[in-house]
Ligand binder design. Structure first.
Ligand code: HEM
Ligand code: HEM
Length: 179
């Protein structure tokens, strides 16, 4: 029964945890591929996987926003006051960054002077969002990295808040996302 719903809808919970794993993996892979020196073939493969899974995040976040708009929030209230406002702000920013980070990555890949086509999982070629341009590429590199690490910072706060609810407040907030 809708009115008795205590957790987020099942599709939203599945998307939440699948995307959390994907995004944390991409943050690690993004850092590794740009900082760890290895042979060119391996680095190239890392970039291909990063771009493929990064694009998958963009597809999944579109499905998630649609699901979020269609399925009601859990009935059991969040703690009122500043905590609820902070949670709404943080969740809104997380959604914004889940869109902005892959879009910035896609724009960067398009602007690259190397102009290598981006083919997610080798299935199809993504259209270019901008024309190749070395100066723009360097700016977008900075934008993509800055937004990605801002997302990481926000996720750290988000997880700290979830753990506070679980172990300090001992309320049901973590269970709203559980199975
Ligand atoms: C949620 C999705 C994504 C996350 C969390 C993410 C995260 C990151 C991170 C942390 C880095 C390393 C930044 C640095 O330290 O310089 C990086 C680099 C990179 N990302 Fe992403 N990324 C995502 C999606 C994408 C997408 C969709 C594309 C392209 C289609 C892409 C293309 C790249 C490229 C080409 C680099 C290397 C830039 C360079 O060589 O300086 N990323 N990403
Ligand atoms: C990349 C990692 C993550 C992202 C981007 C993320 C994003 C989000 C977003 C946007 C929401 C709002 C509900 C929705 O519309 O889906 C949410 C809810 C939630 N997340 Fe995460 N999350 C991540 C990781 C985690 C982790 C690791 C935990 C647990 C330790 C966690 C615990 C929760 C809980 C308990 C809620 C429900 C809060 C409520 O009911 O208001 N999340 N998350």
């Amino acid at each position: 029964m809708r009115s008795e719903r205590r957790r987020w809808s099942l599709p939203l919970r599945l998307l939440h945890w699948a995307m959390a794993a994907l995004i944390l993996g991409l943050l690690v892979l993004g850092w590794v591929m740009t900082h760890v020196r290895t042979d060119l073939g391996t680095t190239f493969a890392w970039y291909l996987w990063h771009k493929s899974f990064g694009f998958a995040v963009l597809v999944l976040v579109a499905a998630r926003i649609a699901t979020r708009l269609l399925s009601p929030a859990p009935r059991e209230a969040m703690p009122p006051g500043w905590q609820r406002r902070a949670a709404h702000l943080a969740h809104g920013l997380l959604y914004l960054l889940m869109v902005a980070v892959p879009v910035a990555g896609w724009m960067m890949a398009s602007a690259s002077p190397l102009h290598l086509p981006t083919r997610p999982f080798n299935l199809f070629t993504l259209p270019d969002l901008v024309a190749p341009n070395a100066a723009l590429f360097r700016q977008l590199e900075l934008v993509h990295a800055t937004l990605a690490y801002a997302l990481l910072g926000l996720v750290v706060l988000h997880v700290a808040a979830a753990l506070k609810h679980r172990f300090i407040d001992r309320d049901g907030v973590l269970a709203r996302m559980g199975f």
